[in-house]
Design a protein around this ligand. Structure first.
Ligand SMILES: NCCCC[C@H](NC(=O)[C@@H](N)CCCCN)C(=O)O
Length: 450
């Protein structure tokens, strides 16, 4: 009997697997970003303050950081596998977004508070926090899925395409949030996100069938290795200097991008005079740029390498962007858009180099835990930075009012972002030095020639 070709070696099957799980992540990114452009509407319609908004935004990472949910998720992924972990993660996302919607729409009695926060804000934030656990665990699961199907093949391109499709989700969220909210209500964009997430959950369940077939057919080493996972691996990961440098770069770089984007719609309207209908679309530009560029850079890295140098370049571009945004006298809308485009390039360069680098430093059996620990450290920034910026805005940056809304001066928040970007460049440089010293192969191409 003719031996069946390994599913991983079929170009159509492995790219279909990527397409399916990428759709799940696209839905997750849509929900993740859908509230960002609504900041001013949340203030005007639901009475949220900047502190409320910062608290809500940071809640995405709260359970991941303080209940170590990402760590448990990573250990579960390496111990119990992709299918169970991924299914649970997608279910959590749906549950979380439903609770978030409830918090935004239910009628609470006047002045009702939960642990010092307005009841509605607290419940929406709790939902977003549950969603955040699902989204991050789904993120590490999908990353491991990609490494499973593409290691030694088009790993950089595949990871780039997954990130690019996720960016479509973000860009769509930034573009549709305000028009949909104005036409219907401030909570309608969240309903659309919930619907997309349900389809994403179904998609993951379909992927699980493919995953099972691959495991059955395959003598895939990882499956044997998964059961060999031990806590010794966690120690091994933690004593690797490459881990700490990637994790630090990750938290610093992403703290300058995701939290910045959450506040950027307001920066566009308050500082550059851009209309609120268009502000979200402009803030979505980096996502749109990354959609095109991340797979391109991923492909270049697959063939030519230079990952560590590319991370340095991306970090340097980030300093340029945030520094110019911080200059109070630069207020032309054209500059705002130009900087968003540069941010888009940086936002493509660093992720396309960073994520495949992790797969070079660690063996497959440690990948789930390694990604989870890196995401965990990154989530400390995704929690802390929006809280910090929301607090700075409310305390020090209110310079007037327009109707129901505050008018903010964004100089100090942008100086804070510039500081983080500068630190990220220093860490990227240290990573390049460590690569030379420990021979991680970050400057080498991803595709292994046989
Ligand atoms: N294959 C690795 C993909 C990581 C992509 C990366 N995502 C994250 O870092 C998430 N932990 C945080 C997502 C927050 C979304 N607003 C990315 O570049 O998106």
């Amino acid at each position: 009997m003719k031996k069946q070709e390994n599913l991983r070696n079929s170009v159509a099957v492995r790219w279909s697997a990527l397409g399916i799980v990428s759709f799940t992540m696209m839905a997750a990114y849509f929900v993740n970003d859908i509230m960002a452009p609504l900041k001013s509407m949340l203030e005007a319609n639901l009475g949220w303050t900047s502190i409320d908004f910062g608290f809500f935004t940071g809640a995405y990472s709260f359970l991941n950081v303080f209940l170590l949910m990402l760590i448990w998720g990573g250990l579960m992924l390496d111990k119990f596998g992709i299918r169970l972990t991924g299914k649970l993660a997608t279910i959590l996302m749906v549950v979380g977004v439903s609770l978030q919607y409830y918090g935004m729409t239910a009628h609470f009695s006047e002045g009702a508070m939960i642990i010092g926060h307005k009841a509605g804000v607290f419940i929406a934030a709790a939902g977003y926090s549950i969603f955040g656990v699902g989204a991050e665990v789904a993120g590490i699961t999908v990353t491991k899925i990609i490494a499973k199907w593409f290691r030694g093949k088009e790993l950089g391109t595949a990871m780039g395409i997954q990130v690019a499709l996720a960016r479509i989700g973000s860009q769509a969220a930034y573009s549709v949030a305000i028009p949909v909210a104005k036409h219907f209500s401030v909570s309608t964009p969240v309903v659309i996100g919930g619907g997309l997430l349900m389809v994403g959950m179904l998609a993951f369940f379909i992927y699980s069938v493919m995953d099972k077939r691959l495991d059955r057919q395959d003598d895939y080493e990882e499956e044997k290795e998964e059961s060999q996972f031990s806590f010794k691996d966690v120690k091994e990961i933690l004593v690797n200097p490459g881990f700490w440098l990637i994790a630090l770069l990750c938290v610093l770089f992403y703290s300058c991008v995701f939290p910045f984007q959450k506040f950027a719609s307001e920066l566009m309207t308050n500082k550059y005079g851009i209309s609120d209908d268009l502000a979200g679309t402009f803030v979505g530009l980096p996502a749109l740029g990354a959609l095109i560029l991340t797979p391109v850079f991923g492909n270049v890295l697959d063939r030519k390498g230079k990952g560590a140098s590319i991370m340095m370049l991306g970090a340097a571009m980030l300093i340029f962007v945030h520094f110019l945004y911080s200059l109070p006298w630069v207020t032309h809308w054209f500059v705002a858009i130009f900087l968003m485009l540069v941010l888009g390039i940086a936002f493509s360069l660093v992720p396309s180099a960073m994520w495949p680098s992790v797969a070079k430093i660690f063996p497959t059996r440690q990948l789930g835990t390694a990604y989870a620990l890196i995401f965990f450290i990154q989530n400390i920034g995704l929690w802390g930075v929006p809280n910090l910026i929301g607090w700075i805005l409310d305390k020090y940056c209110v310079i007037g009012h327009t109707g129901e809304n505050n008018l903010y001066d964004y100089t100090v928040p942008m100086v804070v972002f510039t500081g983080f970007a500068t630190l990220s460049l220093i860490v990227a440089y240290l990573l390049k030095v460590a690569d030379k010293r420990y021979g991680y192969g970050l400057e080498k191409p991803n595709i292994v020639k046989v």
